[in-house]
Design a protein around this ligand. Structure first.
Ligand SMILES: [Zn+2]
Ligand SMILES: [Zn+2]
Length: 159
């Protein structure tokens, strides 16, 4: 499990069906058809969807899919280290990209856009942080208004 988990964390790329089955087998979990569908959908999503948004996409293809299955499968995938949970404002969203990155979050439409920031990543954290506890990860959340929402604002101003 350790090695597989490490490999996955480093890459964050979509696993082959065979590798996905190995991860589920090792955890003693059953890889059902619906779980595969949900895995594929979240790995292909670039927009940090919520469980509800993913459910809306999936139910067109799989009408028997329930929102509860989507919720539970996303929680399982997160537990297995295959995807990440992102919380912005009061919303829980999910993303497949496990590589180090930051988020630009639109205050209006709640869109999350990935931001690469290597200069930040190479900074040394203040020493005092060690007094607070052990750092596992650090990420910047940049809040603002996205381009689309800015354009809409401009439009309403001129009409
Ligand atoms: Zn926006
Ligand atoms: Zn992201």
């Amino acid at each position: 499990m350790e090695n597989d988990q490490e490999k996955i964390h480093k890459t964050g790329t979509k696993l082959s069906l065979e590798d996905l089955r190995k991860v589920f087998d090792k955890a003693g979990l059953r890889l059902t058809h619906q779980r595969i569908m949900i895995y594929n959908a979240i790995m292909e999503a670039k927009d940090h969807p919520s469980a509800e948004a993913l459910y809306e996409r999936l139910k067109k293809e799989v009408p028997t899919m329930s929102l509860d299955t989507v919720y539970r499968t996303l929680a399982t995938l997160e537990y297995l280290g295959l995807i990440k949970r992102v919380q912005v404002f009061d919303y829980i969203r999910f993303e497949p990209d496990l590589s180090r990155h930051h988020h630009f979050v639109c205050k209006i439409c709640k869109k999350i856009i990935d931001v690469k920031w290597p200069q930040f990543d190479s900074l040394t954290l203040p020493k005092e942080i060690n007094l607070l506890g052990k750092v596992l990860d650090h990420q910047v959340e940049i809040r603002g208004i996205c381009k689309e929402c800015l354009c809409k604002k401009e439009e309403t101003k001129t009409t």
